[in-house]
Write a protein that binds this ligand. Structure first.
Ligand code: GTP
Ligand code: MG
Length: 245
């Protein structure tokens, strides 16, 4: 899938009149793809930023991003926040032609298929907590005039920062080779949220990972803390959206 990054991006841009870039509101910068954005701008097609999974963040803290990334819509496809607003933004930009195609692009797991289902009002696109779930493009009807194009989540093979992939869940937690390093990085940047989630005190990342192991009862024989299992459990909770920021 990674190999066909440009294949998919070019095809979607070519076929679409409007592009939605679906971002994870918890880590907007990490889920933005400048290569896709450049390409869309050069094509002259319209780009709308969608901050999805807003139920997991304090949206007030994101207000200033609204001005930087224009036009953008705050959405929670699970709770159906902002869906009418997003539809309105699409309709405003839809040309007066018979059929407007809206391409939905973004990293794996940002919620592209979920946004499509929320917009179309039915479970037309398949959704999964497993990243890389959507394997092929699929056109989904929203109204007589508007059609959405679901796409497989993509990133360029040049991107080799696996910690970032793990954070944004474009690399599934089961496939992370060194869960402890990744978990420590995640804890370092999100101490308050992790302390709330597991009801543990804030401290060094290493100490907090041990506390998580204790809380989750991840122990090896002889009662030794199993920080690797704890790290994987933490990454699972993170990727599955259990940890609100
Ligand atoms: N909390 C929360 N979770 C969401 C939201 N939208 C999607 N998810 C979850 O995120 C996971 C991925 O959702 P998908 O819609 O399959 O994501 P995708 O971008 O289509 O993923 P790929 O097809 O793998 O590229 C699922 O577990 C969804 O339930 C949201 O607004 N809030
Ligand atoms: Mg999908």
């Amino acid at each position: 899938m990674k190999r066909s990054f440009w294949g998919i991006v070019n095809k979607v841009i070519e076929q679409s009149d409007i592009i939605l870039e679906v971002l994870d509101a918890r880590f907007i910068d990490e889920t933005r793809n400048p290569e896709i954005e450049d390409k869309v701008k050069k094509s002259g097609k319209q780009l709308i930023y969608v901050f999805n999974k807003c139920d997991l963040v304090d949206t007030k803290a994101l207000e200033k991003r609204k001005k930087q990334l224009y036009p953008c819509v705050f959405v929670s496809s699970i709770k159906r926040y902002g869906i009418t607003m997003l539809l309105h933004e699409i309709q405003k930009r839809a040309e007066k032609k018979e059929k407007t195609i809206v391409g939905v692009l973004g990293y794996p797991n940002t919620g592209k298929s979920s946004v499509i289902n929320a917009l179309s009002g039915r479970s037309a696109a398949l959704v999964s907590p497993q990243s890389g779930f959507t394997k092929a493009m699929q056109l989904i009807k929203v109204s007589k005039q508007i059609f959405l194009l679901d796409t497989p989540g993509v990133y360029s093979y040049m991107e080799k920062d696996f910690t970032k992939h793990a954070m944004r869940a474009s690399l599934d937690f089961t496939r992370i080779r060194d869960p402890e390093t990744t978990a420590l990085f995640l804890i370092e940047g999100n101490k308050a949220a992790i302390s709330r989630q597991y009801n543990i005190k804030e401290g060094s990342s290493g100490k907090m990972l041990e506390e998580v192991a204790l809380r989750l009862n991840k122990l090896k024989k002889g009662g030794i803390l199993d920080t690797e299992q704890a790290a994987r459990a933490l990454l699972k909770d993170w990727q599955r959206g259990k940890i609100a920021l």
